[in-house]
Design a protein around this ligand. Sequence first.
Ligand SMILES: *Cc1c(COP(=O)(O)O)cnc(C)c1O
Length: 370
Amino acid sequence: MSNTPRRAGRHFLQIPGPTPVPDRILRAMDMPVIDHRGPEFKVLGLKVLSGIKTVFKTASPVFIYPSSGTGAWEAALLNTLSPGDKVLMYETGHFATLWRNMSLKLALQPEFIASDWRSGADAGAIEARLREDKGHTIKAVCVVHNETSTGATSRIDEVRRAIDAAKHPALFMVDTISSLASIDYRHDEWGVDVTVGGSQKGLMLPPGLGFNAVSEKALAATKASKLPKSYFSWDDMLHEEGLERVFARHDRHAEGVRRAVRAWGLEIWCKEARYYSSSLTAILMPAGHNADAFRKTALEHFDVSLGTGLSKIAGKVFRIGHLGDTNDLTMIATLAGVEMGLKLAGVPHKADGVRAAMDYFTGTARAPAS
Ligand SMILES: *Cc1c(COP(=O)(O)O)cnc(C)c1O
């Protein structure tokens, strides 16, 4: 490749991105490519999608793109805005300027609050501009959290308070490409609608991944957004089931499980319906029967793991989880495992639980929206 003599020792990559990648990450990457539609990728993908939320401090979905941070900028704008929309941006430095230039190319109308590049975004100036905008023509406020070109970090909590003080409905978008996982950042607590991230800076990964953490308000905005989108469309992301649909699915599976429990003649541990959990159901064992002995029987014979009773209710209850990536058939199979386990463990019950759940699932069946 090169005739220059080899330099001994480690290179010090002390630039603000790409950043040094831990050796064990580099070693973990050295593996064969796997099938992106195979079971291994599915497990990995779901783990990554749920794990990444903690980094953004959000309970909302995070979209992951095979892209640079620039791609994630574009995705944030494309998915929420329409041609001609006004966006209020703050000139913290070079990266804020690049984001503004991109918005121009996307046929948005950026309004740039000028600065001398020597400080973070001035929340007071943002509030003043939003107060003037009585007609709410500004659709988004975009701020770079950590301006990599200048070394100034904006106070995102203050900008949020400024938007609220002006009682302005604009979406709030924040670029955290060089701050995520390096400087404290709180997507949910600070009421950010789209947080833009990249892999190669604070996250200590090689370049190549872009992130959008999105609020429910941003997800709703995407329905009205008219900018053309294809590769970066949030809708096209295979994993995106839609939060509402996810919640409805959990409600429905929980109800099926409760019907099975009642049909077995067993008691749901939670007394009042308004406190019923849609992610799990705890079930009281009949007197004289130990929940853990039953759980052991079910596990040994049918390979189904059920939750144990914890501390005060140890041995008295077992728990059926109905959260995560479940569907009607996995729930029915689980209930069948419980029902057969009850039988083998000699726990008195009526063998009508699976039937009750099947009746409920068929009675409420709907084809998944395509
Ligand atoms: C690096 C950086 C970008 C651009 O990210 P790329 O992955 O190079 O496209 C955008 N914003 C900030 C604040 C950055 O530090």
